[in-house]
Write a protein that binds this ligand. Structure first.
Ligand SMILES: [Zn+2]
Length: 299
């Protein structure tokens, strides 16, 4: 089982969870999103282990009984939801494995942690069943939804989770790429412009980018990276993990101004836009919609 320090490239996500642990402000539901092999399970495991560690310090000591049990996947208060049928989490899976047991207090720790890998496999019925529990969770309950596709979820689920986005595996290398830098310098002024007159100047560039699907997807990656940096700076006050170092000044300003809710909404909208472009919706429409959503939330 993983430890926070054995997870690579996910500094922001780790900081968010560590801060929650340190401040004892644990939400009842998190959604850890990211592509395959980005470290979703490892992160969920490390978080669960830290929550339940007997040291009570908010980080796993790796010596107590609870840490050992977590390590070997034998902890009675960490429950993994594996579906009866692969590819499909049915309403009964949620009723039997979560709803029926969540009201029973934790056996030994302060928390009871439910981990749902591939939570996008939940049917609508399963999601509605889970929603009932999420609406009034017992104080010790923590539900971790892991997914590579947020689009499968009901808006009512999305509004009740704290989203922890993971960065794609190869980001740190990508940002040194010259094409990436060029595109970044074209796109980011659109996000950072403070006056409408400044916006007009970049609109032509956006229209040009939108003609090309691949370029549009890259532009979305850049915008996502930018708001992830804003989020990490806002939640940690630390510039160390910020990836877009050149934009640090602006990222700081943005972090002061925009609410957590606003940033989370924008990150969700970027993910939705990416899927729409991948499904061959015209990039021009998608980007237009996205920039409207960004404007609504970026204040
Ligand atoms: Zn421990």
């Amino acid at each position: 089982m993983a430890d926070f320090n054995s997870i690579e490239n996910q500094e922001m996500a780790i900081q968010l969870l560590k801060n929650a642990l340190k401040s004892h402000k644990i939400s009842h539901a998190y959604m850890i999103t990211g592509e395959a092999r980005s470290g979703k399970s490892a992160l969920a495991d490390a978080f669960a282990k830290s929550l339940l560690c007997e040291s009570g310090t908010g980080s796993a000591c790796n010596n107590c009984k609870s840490c050992h049990q977590a390590e070997t996947h034998n902890h009675p208060d960490i429950i993994y939801i594996t579906p009866e049928k692969p590819g499909y989490i049915a309403v009964d899976d949620i009723r039997d494995k979560i709803n029926a047991s969540i009201t029973i207090k934790p056996y030994q720790g302060k928390y009871k942690v439910y981990i749902i890998p591939h939570s996008e496999w939940m049917s609508e019925g399963a999601q509605n069943a889970l929603l009932k529990t999420m609406e009034e969770p017992p104080e010790y309950a923590v539900i971790l939804l892991l997914t590579d596709n947020e689009e499968h979820f009901l808006p009512t689920i999305m509004s009740r989770v704290v989203t922890i986005p993971l960065v794609p595996v190869a980001y740190e290398k990508k940002i040194e790429d010259i094409d990436f830098i060029e595109l970044k310098e074209k796109i980011l002024p659109y996000i950072t412009a403070e006056r409408d007159t400044e916006l007009i100047a970049v609109e032509g560039i956006i229209a040009e980018v939108a003609k090309d699907k691949v370029l549009s997807l890259k532009a979305l990656e850049i915008i996502l990276l930018y708001y992830r940096d804003v989020l990490i700076y806002k939640s940690t006050g630390d510039e160390g993990p910020v990836l877009l170092k050149k934009e640090l000044y602006d990222i700081r300003k943005k972090a002061d101004r925009v609410s957590y809710e606003g940033i989370n909404n924008i990150i969700k909208e970027i993910e939705i836009s990416r899927r729409r472009i991948e499904m061959s919706v015209k990039a021009e429409y998608v980007l237009d919609d996205l920039f409207i959503k960004i404007k609504e939330n970026d204040k």
